[in-house]
Write a protein that binds this ligand. Structure first.
Ligand code: ADP
Length: 404
């Protein structure tokens, strides 16, 4: 089966086209700045052929048309006809409690995703826009929604409820949902393969460290807790998000004259590594370089990032009653030797010891702890697009053919 994976944002449309018989990416790319000044297309084929051009697009339908044109283009395309697109998988950010699993999209599902928009007003509407554009561009082709929140739906109430009046949960759905679920699910499965053990026998702590960062405690394939909350603002220190903060700080700043929108921008866009380091960037590569050079407060930002992560790892180790492996993924987790080293250096008490040579040499899936570590530390590159394509194939398989 050939599957198109679509991730539609408010002004961008990312796509990856897979041949699933080999789990092979055939082409991928992005249309950016849709409806803004100077929209732009980047299209890459598996063999390295790349096209970059101005994209005269004002909406997702235009963007999709442009992408379709490239997929069948005699010079750079990968299929003879669009009829080879057999299914489409969509990243949808919020599935609330309604969606515990990926689902084939119909009118009812579309309406339910729309209802979940109250919890993700910036993400679900454009995700849905991408679905509708695909329905128009590929009539009769099945669309599947894969939710960032779904993998975390196995948490128990004591993990997902906030200690506020229960009515807030009942009336407004105020609870922890967690995000990055597609990535946590992918790396949990890949970690089991790497360790050559069944997922249902493993206790894992998965750490997705990208621009947004989250950790999850995964017991026998099911999430028992995760660090992001009702929104992706909670938990770890991130590129520009604060992560955990005393809610009393918000009252204090509101009383000082800040507006709700000011607070939103402050905590989502101007905090985290960026806010602390004061070097004009929340990118971990810049933080590491500034820390080396002694610029700004980059050393403090780095130390806070590590401290918070170690705090969560320790907590999850406790909740899991011991763990088999710690999994690093995301741009930072996969690439940053100093971050992994600094975190693992703090975990000797949990039985995890750094193998510095392995950590330096790690490329792709790799163990970075010593052989005698009882808590293994491994790097697993994430692949959310492939996970969405796999989910699409699984959901569309005839029921008696579907893996459990
Ligand atoms: P997103 O969450 O937007 O998908 P990524 O998973 O690509 O982002 O992660 C982006 C982060 O990964 C940035 O902080 C970037 O600095 C970091 N990163 C990427 N490569 C490296 C590297 N070689 N060393 C340290 N950090 C890196």
């Amino acid at each position: 089966m050939k599957v198109l994976v679509v991730n539609a944002g408010s002004s961008s449309l990312k796509f990856t086209f897979f041949r699933m018989s080999r789990e092979e990416m055939m082409a991928k790319g992005i249309v950016e700045r849709i409806g803004l000044k100077d929209p732009h297309l980047v299209y890459k084929r598996r063999d390295g052929v790349q096209v970059e051009e101005d994209a005269p697009v004002t909406n997702h339908d235009d963007a999709l048309r442009l992408i379709c044109g490239k997929l069948v283009d005699p010079a750079v395309g990968v299929v003879a006809s669009l009829s080879e697109v057999e299914a489409i998988g969509h990243r949808v950010v919020h599935g609330a409690e309604k969606f515990r699993d990926s689902v084939r999209i119909d009118g009812e599902v579309r309406a339910a995703i729309h209802l979940c928009s109250t919890l993700a007003p910036l993400h679900n509407p454009p995700n849905l826009g991408g679905v509708e554009a695909c329905e128009r561009a590929f009539p009769g082709v099945a669309n599947v929604a894969v939710f960032d929140t779904a993998f975390h739906q196995t948490m128990a109430p004591e993990a997902y409820l906030y200690a506020v009046p229960y009515k807030l949960y009942e009336d407004y759905g105020i609870r922890k949902y967690g995000f990055h679920g597609t990535s946590h699910k992918f790396v949990a499965g890949a970690a089991a393969e790497f360790l050559n053990r069944p997922l249902h026998s493993l206790k894992l702590i998965t750490c997705h460290l990208g621009n947004g960062c989250s950790a999850a405690a995964v017991r026998f394939g099911r999430v028992i807790d995760t660090s992001m909350g009702m929104t992706p603002l909670m938990g770890l220190v991130m590129g520009t998000r604060c992560g955990d903060i005393d809610p009393g700080v918000l009252f204090h700043l509101l009383k000082k004259g800040m507006t709700v929108d000011d607070l939103d921008t402050l905590l989502n866009k101007k905090s985290g590594l960026r806010g602390v380091a004061e070097i004009g960037s929340g990118d971990m590569r810049d933080i590491l370089a500034a820390r080396e050079a002694g610029t700004g407060r980059a050393a403090s930002a780095f130390a806070m990032f590590v401290h918070r992560l170690v705090f969560y790892i320790g907590g999850y180790h406790g909740l899991l009653d011991g763990a088999d492996a710690l999994v690093f993924t995301g741009g930072i987790g996969e690439n940053s030797v100093p971050v992994r080293a600094a975190v693992i250096a703090r975990l000797a008490g949990l039985g995890c010891r750094l193998d510095a040579a392995r950590n330096h040499a790690a490329r792709g899936a790799a163990e970075v702890s010593t052989d005698d570590s009882t808590l293994k530390a491994i790097v697993i590159p994430t692949n959310e697009e492939l996970m969405i394509a796999r989910e699409t194939v699984r959901v569309l398989a005839p029921p008696d053919n579907r893996p459990a």
